[in-house]
Structures are given as structure tokens and as C-alpha cells.
Design a protein around this ligand. Structure first.
Ligand SMILES: [Zn+2]
Length: 73
């Protein structure tokens, strides 16, 4: 049972996601993290709009590109 609990905890850690602007070729040190891909993507969209003046939500291609940059944290 102890082993099973350890596995569940590990799984919780593993699902954390992160997004870094620099992976998209942008000179920016921002690192966005969240528990789910959707959460990270939402934050990334807000960040891109506020900091870079780019509306990722306007273009499906851009949104998909940003989504592809999300990694395991
Ligand atoms: Zn940025």
C-alpha cells in the first residue's frame, strides 16, 4: 500500500506543466506553470497579450503552436 501511495504522489508531480516563451523563439524569461495544459495555455495567452501584444487566442495556428510548447514541468 505504501508503494501505491508513492506512485500516486509521483503522478501528481508529473502532471504539472510549464511553458517558456524562449522555447518559442521569443527573448523572454517568463516561465508559466500550471497543473494542467489548459491552465498553462490560458496563462500563456494572457501573458502573450499583456507582455508581447500578441493575441494567441485570435489564431488557431498560434494557439496550437503555443500548446505544442507546453512541457512537463
Ligand atoms: Zn513572454
Amino acid at each position: 500500500m505504501l508503494l501505491l501511495e508513492a506512485c500516486v504522489k509521483w503522478e501528481e508531480v508529473r502532471v504539472a506543466k510549464s511553458f517558456e516563451c524562449r522555447h518559442g523563439g521569443v527573448v523572454c524569461r517568463a516561465r508559466i506553470t500550471g497543473e494542467t495544459e489548459e491552465e498553462v495555455l490560458q496563462k500563456a495567452v494572457a501573458h502573450a497579450r499583456e507582455v508581447h501584444g500578441v493575441d494567441l487566442a485570435r489564431s488557431k495556428t498560434l494557439a496550437r503552436y503555443a500548446q505544442g510548447l507546453i512541457r512537463e514541468a
